[in-house]
Design a protein around this ligand. Structure first.
Ligand SMILES: [Zn+2]
Ligand SMILES: [Zn+2]
Length: 259
């Protein structure tokens, strides 16, 4: 059986916990060891039980605690080749803990397929983690969603999907023009509308849970996001048993157990 949750999500830090069978992984570790320990304890997991750390890209909100966690508990870190070159801690980690992936990956009872995302990072990825017939997709930090990405996410049972900003809040908000262009650009972050479009392609009978993630504190809110996702919500409600919730910025989401 697979379980998953977000431990925190947003520009202050990101980490997704996924388990299947006897294997447990973290996708990104953008938090302190202390925070991680505290949040994992809520789901009765200790950091030493984590089998692998998988990094989506090298931005600090996704990696700030990765090296400390890896070193302390001898947990290998997996990242794409160009991400490794961009990681600030690569030289400080024992080579044994530095693993590169190119295509798919097997970690214990989990199979992981990666797909390219579009973000201002060296070689960013999203992924689908599978165990037996269940699967969890993670797609955050991307400025666009391509058919290839949608095909990769087809049929996932659980999803962590970015809904970073409301385009209207972003354009009328306080950010300087260059930052607005970066966020809304092809290598930026997904807007609520882009997230809704992605959901309309991904969500189906097989979908059990969607956690909307990486919400901007300045350019989005739970209320605005749900209003902008309205049409898609109606369809989701029609999906038997699919729940759609929002990841906490600095608290973990309740653990989701897939059926
Ligand atoms: Zn990023
Ligand atoms: Zn990020």
């Amino acid at each position: 059986m697979m379980k998953y949750t977000t431990l925190l999500s947003g520009s202050a830090g990101n980490s997704v916990y996924i388990e299947g069978g006897r294997s447990k992984v973290l996708v990104d570790v953008g938090c302190s060891l202390k925070y991680l320990q505290k949040e994992l304890a809520k789901i009765s997991v200790t950091p030493g039980e984590i089998d692998a750390i998988l990094l989506t890209h090298e931005h600090n909100d996704h990696i700030s605690g990765a090296a400390a966690l890896a070193k302390k508990y001898a947990i290998p870190i997996y990242a794409s080749p160009l991400t490794w070159r961009a990681l600030p801690f690569a030289a400080l980690l024992p080579p044994l803990l530095q693993r590169e992936f190119t295509y798919d990956l097997q970690i214990g009872d989990l199979t992981i397929d990666f797909f390219k995302t579009y973000h201002d990072a060296a070689q960013p990825v999203g992924m689908v983690v599978r165990h037996e017939k269940q699967s969890v997709g993670v797609m955050t930090d991307t400025g666009q969603v391509t058919d290839t990405m949608l095909a990769a996410l087809e049929g996932v049972c659980g999803l962590v999907l970015e809904a970073n900003h409301s385009l209207s809040l972003l354009s009328s908000g306080p950010y300087p023009p260059f930052l607005k262009r970066r966020i809304a650009g092809q290598l930026g972050h997904l807007s609520n509308q882009q997230a809704a479009d992605a959901l309309s392609n991904i969500v189906g009978d097989q979908t059990q849970a969607v956690i909307l993630a990486h919400l901007s504190r300045t350019n989005n809110s739970e209320q605005v996001m749900f209003a902008e996702l309205n049409q898609e919500l109606d369809r989701l409600r029609a999906c038997i048993g699919c729940q759609m919730t929002v990841a906490g910025q600095e608290r973990s989401h309740p653990l989701i157990e897939l059926r």
